[in-house]
Design a binder for this molecule. Structure first.
Ligand code: TXA
Ligand code: MG
Length: 321
């Protein structure tokens, strides 16, 4: 972790009290944080990101006491929180009737997504703040999530201080789990995987097929989109393409190659994914060609994000044609 001074934390806290935004590191990706209980501050997040108003936000909490002030806690949540918090997992639960969190964070609905992050800087900020911080990923809506302070800087949010906590260790957004029913339902795959959840003894809905990933509720297909078209599962790369490689035997012939993991490790691949997409998304290439990535463990989440990146291009082609 980079060194964060008490002054920087105090400045961030005073910004939050003023209803302003602060970029904070988490173990997954950087977040654009605001006072979760201040309607204007939460609205400012949507404005800064150009985010569609119907997409709800995750509220980050310092501890369980805070979470239980916001949502109806239940057995599923208890099991999952004991196993995976603090960590890269978000729980969707019913809002308490007197929940003080802005309804905007729930996009007007009766559920709220909450997460206790496992990054020392986020924890320091949350403990000092003593409450909830609404924070989506700190990128403009539909763009690739930032995994370094420099990525956030490149998004150009004006007047938003950035707490530099170094590169994000996980590198892919949290697993979002709906806990409002009798069994848990994965809404967004992440590094807390289906197998890990089942191993913790938690009742989980049947696994979606790889092709079903885009049907997950609460998610826009156009998320995680680089500017270039994205070709998935390629077996050959063109000379004007940038290649997102995976494993020991990267394809040859591309103009540029970034390998997510030379050893074929999906966890390392997830940590490198968004920085790699940014590095390859340059106008001198015709497309980003992606080698097949195994649908195992956090590989599910990598494929989910890549399918969304590619889906936007397909929609664009349909519109143009
Ligand atoms: O790792 C993460 O989750 C990062 C860091 C900053 O914590 N945050 C993040 O936030 O990825 P965002 O806003 O980019 O994604 C939040 C996801 C969206 O897919 C949203 O639809 C879903 O969580 N979500 C939020 N509230 C929900 C709710 N009440 N019901 C269902 N899905 C919800
Ligand atoms: Mg996001």
């Amino acid at each position: 972790m980079s060194d964060i001074s008490t002054d920087q934390i105090n400045k961030a806290i005073s910004y939050l009290h003023d209803g302003r935004l602060v970029a904070m590191p988490t173990e997954t990706v950087y977040g654009l944080a605001a006072n979760a209980c201040d309607d204007h501050a939460v609205a400012e997040i949507f404005r800064a990101k150009d985010r569609p108003g119907f997409n709800p936000l995750i509220v980050h909490v310092p501890d369980l006491v805070c979470a239980k002030k916001y949502v109806q806690w239940n057995r599923l949540a208890d099991q999952l929180a004991k196993e995976f918090w603090p960590g890269p997992m978000t729980l969707v639960l019913p809002r308490l009737e007197d929940c003080p969190v802005s309804l905007l964070a729930s996009a007007g609905g009766d559920t709220l997504a909450i997460r206790m992050p496992n990054h020392p800087v986020a924890q320091l900020l949350l403990r000092k703040w003593c409450g909830g911080l609404a924070a989506p990923s700190a990128n403009r809506s539909g763009k690739v999530s930032p995994t370094t302070a420099q990525h956030v800087e490149a998004e150009g949010f004006e007047g938003v201080p950035i707490l530099d906590g170094g590169p994000c260790e996980v590198g892919i957004e949290s697993t979002v789990i709906d806990c409002t029913g009798d069994v848990a339902v994965i809404l967004r795959p992440g590094s807390v995987t289906e197998v890990m959840i089942r191993d913790a003894g938690v009742a989980l809905n049947p696994q979606a097929e790889p092709g079903d990933l885009l049907k997950s509720p609460g998610l826009l297909t156009s998320h995680y989109a680089p500017s270039l078209p994205v070709r998935l599962d390629v077996e050959a790369a063109q000379p004007d393409e940038a290649l997102l490689a995976f494993g020991k035997a990267p394809l040859s012939g591309a103009a540029r190659v970034v390998n997510l993991s030379e050893s074929g490790d999906v966890v390392e691949g997830a940590a490198n994914l968004f920085a790699a997409l940014r590095a390859l998304d340059k106008p001198e290439y015709s497309a980003i060609a992606v080698m097949p990535i195994p649908y195992e463990g956090v590989g599910m989440a990598i494929n989910d994000r890549l399918q969304r990146a590619a889906a936007k291009r397909e929609e664009g082609k349909k519109c143009a044609g």
